[in-house]
Design a protein around this ligand. Sequence first.
Ligand code: E4P
Length: 217
Amino acid sequence: MKFFADTAEIADIRDLAATGLLDGVTTNPSLIAKSGRDFMEVTREICGIVDGPVSAEVVALDHEGMMREAEVLRKIADNVCIKVPLTIDGLKTCKALTSDGTMVNVTLCFSASQALLAAKAGATFISPFVGRHDDNGFDGMQLIADIRLIYDNYDFATEILVASVRHGIHVLEAAKIGADVMTAPPAVIKGLVKHVLTDKGIEGFMADWAKTGQSIG
Ligand code: E4P
């Protein structure tokens, strides 16, 4: 499963990229606002750090406006992936852009039927929001399982990008279902490394090593 960081914070992206864990980045208008940075500038910087897809979201709601914005955004770098909302205009834009070889991430997906439409429109990625789905009394992981089933039934190439990930269990369940990608805040990705027995093991080894009085090198 590929790991994308759901952030526009450069320091976090650099830090994760250095671990070799990072396959891409997703941003959205809220994350750009939180960063306090200029959209174009920060997107260009992220594209220079990460080789994989960097999702940059259009803010126009009509097809023509989305196409105009996508034209500007895709000039930033070759690894820009245009993010469009799951609306009829978004799907039209998805079809037009992917037919032209541009990567498209269809975002704000909350049903398997919506995911089917995005795949038919040729989406590179579909982003079902599991956390927000859970928050509203639905089962986010069941949504991922349903989309996986449908995409496999018809051999769709669209990659399932599990979004709105809130904790490690979301990541684990997404991997068990066979989602292609997950995007999570850096803290969630880093949290995956934590295990109380790892910490306890290190503590024990350090204590025993100190007793030897030796050093390495
Ligand atoms: C995905 O691309 C979105 O940026 C993101 O995962 C939304 O997550 P949130 O529900 O935590 O805002």
